[in-house]
Design a protein around this ligand. Structure first.
Ligand SMILES: *Cc1c(COP(=O)(O)O)cnc(C)c1O
Length: 359
């Protein structure tokens, strides 16, 4: 693996920005893309100099391995603009570590740090006018890393491509979310790829999640694949349960290879520990949460992930049991959401070094 640091990026700027045609008042998550993208190829055992160029379609042969075997991983993170116009990333090093952990599990070569971290910084600087600045708005950054060799043999690819795109993101709104505990299908198993942001994990979720949607539940909470007794995560979010004043969430790697170790999740755990919130990271039984709901002790459930930061769940279904989860006056979801967003948007001191300024 070599990375040419002298000529780190080839930059080809767009001749006519698309910005004046972009409708920022109606941002649908992940539909609109900024002027530029980053493309870096791994060919003949070497990383080629990455290009930052106009966002555009790329062509691939039908035999490209990614289409056949799903050798593909991705990431999700955000860039924020504060009231002075300064630009920030939130814990990008965690995303870098995670994409290479995902890549390793899928048999893909590691991405050089400078291509990923510095590439994102360059892209954000170039497209900084695409960062909306209303409350809760940001630029969503989507790196995706795929197998590009033209060969249909079921073996690892000899060439790969990293692409990084950016999409202006509005204040996250998904309506009221009710959730069903899944007791038939599974998204991950021990020794599998659940801990990796592997493309196929998400395709595998669509069918069971669509079934739940038809019953009026926007998401499912996955349970362990062996017994369906333990609560794991939901969609692209980790999940937290508040029973009385205790917060519970499932362990990730190294204890469990089934659950994606979220950056938002890790931030909540740290903030809970530092703000006197009683938190336990341990396997959480379906039975424990359902019994707590029956006893009136289940106060909150919320999802945690980059897109929504924190998403309160307003109803829970398990088999024949259903409970509403009305909003608490002392909502933990609100508490952590404000704490995290204050750091992300440079509204408070950041004692953790999570906020990285781009300059
Ligand atoms: C991305 C993702 C999360 C959340 O991770 P963040 O780093 O907080 O965005 C949780 N679960 C799954 C399955 C994910 O793909």
């Amino acid at each position: 693996m070599t990375a040419d640091l002298k000529n780190k990026f080839i930059i080809k700027k767009i001749s006519n920005s698309k910005l004046q045609d972009a409708d920022f008042s109606n941002l649908v998550f992940g539909k609109l893309f900024s002027d530029h993208m980053l493309v870096a190829d791994f060919i003949d055992d070497k990383w080629q100099t990455p290009k930052i160029m106009p966002y555009q379609p790329l062509s691939y042969e039908p035999s490209a391995k990614v289409f056949h075997y799903g050798q593909a991983v991705f990431e999700g993170m955000k860039a924020y603009k504060d009231k002075n116009g300064d630009l920030f990333l939130f814990r990008p090093e965690e995303n870098f570590i995670r994409i290479n952990r995902s890549a390793e599990r899928l048999g893909m070569p590691p991405i050089p740090r400078e291509y990923f971290i510095d590439g994102i910084k360059e892209l954000v600087k170039l497209d900084k006018d695409w960062i909306p600045t209303g409350p809760g708005e940001s630029l969503y950054i989507r790196p995706v890393y795929i197998a590009t060799e033209n060969a249909v043999a079921a073996s690892p690819s000899s060439s790969y491509r990293l692409m990084i795109m950016a999409s202006p993101a509005g204040k996250y709104y998904s309506g009221d979310v009710k959730i069903r505990i899944e007791d038939k299908y599974s998204r991950a198993c021990d020794g599998g790829v659940g801990y990796a942001k592997a493309a196929g994990n998400y395709a595998a979720q669509f069918y069971p999640t669509e079934k739940a949607k038809k019953e009026g539940f926007q998401q499912v909470i996955w349970t362990d694949s062996k017994e369906h007794k333990y609560l794991e995560e939901a969609g692209t979010m980790n999940v937290f349960f508040r029973i009385k004043d205790k917060l519970l969430t499932a362990p990730t790697i190294p204890e469990s290879s089934r659950i994606l170790p979220g950056v938002t999740r890790a931030s909540i755990i740290q903030l809970a520990n530092d703000n006197g919130v009683d938190i336990e990271v341990r396997p959480v039984k379906v039975e424990e949460v359902v019994n707590a709901a029956k006893n009136g002790e289940l106060k909150e459930i919320f999802g945690a992930g980059t897109a929504a930061t924190i998403l309160p769940i307003i109803g829970l279904k398990y088999k024949d049991f259903y409970t509403d989860l009305p909003k608490q006056d002392d909502s933990y979801a609100d508490f952590f959401k404000n704490k995290i967003m204050d750091i992300q948007y440079n509204r408070v001191e950041d004692p953790y070094g999570w906020r990285i300024k781009i300059d």
